[in-house]
Design a protein around this ligand. Structure first.
Ligand code: GLU
Length: 282
């Protein structure tokens, strides 16, 4: 079977050494096996995604020689696919509307004293999980804003233990560490986790490559895949590019900017070599 990989940047800033390496890693994983490399623009964050950042990313990718196969996929074009997945999860009784504002959640967590943290931050305390359906329906009817959350414990009861593959290793997922994640909001037709699994499946991605900072996210994403009956890709998380002094790469650092390096006369090979040289050891 031919490998299909993808690079999925959020157009919230220009390409930098870390994201250029992620793009190269996905491109290389496809090209070394004669597979396909897809490009998906993750532009669901209407507040931060900008067309000029997308244009700059495309320009830098072309300059680096990381040519992609097929049309560019934009998440902002894919609301209908997200809605039908949400409908399915709703019908299966695995979601609930959540009326909490971010402020209310923060207050509730502060009042509770110690709050458990998951990979995405503090875990939602589950305030709206037990609202009777008739009450929730009435609030929705009255026009109150709400998000849709996954009832993660109920979902796990449905699926049983879920495993995924990191290359040839088998990993047992721990989706509960995320709590009840948001699946959609008034201003976003799908959360990152939901959109990623739907899009990877729809575009036939067989190998998800991305930075190791996103490795924990796989635990909740594979649960969504299983619930939606989507084919599970294999994963290959790569080590992260650090700044030259070994600390976390400051995305705004001039040395990290691809455009800056191009301007200084570096070749694509020099840029990729710099990224590889600055990989963390673990
Ligand atoms: N859009 C995500 C990011 O820029 C990457 C998503 C993924 O690779 O799963 O961090």
């Amino acid at each position: 079977m031919n490998v299909v990989t993808r690079f999925a940047p959020s157009p919230t800033g220009p390409l930098h050494l870390g994201s250029a390496y992620a793009a190269w890693f996905a491109w290389n994983a496809a090209k070394e096996t004669g597979g396909k490399f897809l490009l998906r623009i993750e532009d669901l964050d209407q507040g931060r995604a900008r067309p000029e950042f997308e244009a700059a990313i495309l320009d830098d990718l072309r300059w680096l020689g990381l040519d992609w196969d097929g049309p560019i996929i934009r998440q902002s074009d894919r609301s209908a696919a997200y809605q039908s997945a949400l409908d399915q999860l709703n019908r299966d009784g695995l979601t609930y509307p959540c009326f909490c504002t971010r402020r209310a959640i923060a207050d509730e967590i502060a009042n509770a004293g110690a709050a458990p943290h998951g990979p995405d931050g503090p875990i939602y305390p589950g305030t709206c999980r037990t609202i009777p359906k008739a009450d929730a329906d009435a609030r929705i009817y009255d026009g109150e804003a709400y998000a849709i959350r996954l009832n993660t414990a109920a979902a796990i009861t449905r699926t049983g233990a879920v495993q995924w593959r990191e290359d040839s290793d088998t990993v047992t997922a721990d989706p509960l560490q995320f709590g009840d994640i948001v699946l959609s909001r008034k201003d976003a037709p799908a959360s990152y986790h939901l959109a990623v699994v739907i899009d990877d499946a729809a575009s036939g991605v067989t190998l998800v490559t991305r930075g190791s900072d996103l490795k924990p996210a796989t635990d909740i994403q594979v649960l969504l895949q299983r619930l939606l009956g989507l084919p599970p890709p294999t994963y290959r998380h790569h080590t992260l590019v650090l700044s030259p002094d070994g600390t976390r790469l400051a995305k705004r650092a001039k040395s990290a900017s691809i455009a800056e390096r191009r301007g200084a006369g570096e070749t694509p090979d020099m840029v990729l070599a710099a990224a590889k040289q600055q990989l963390s050891q673990g």
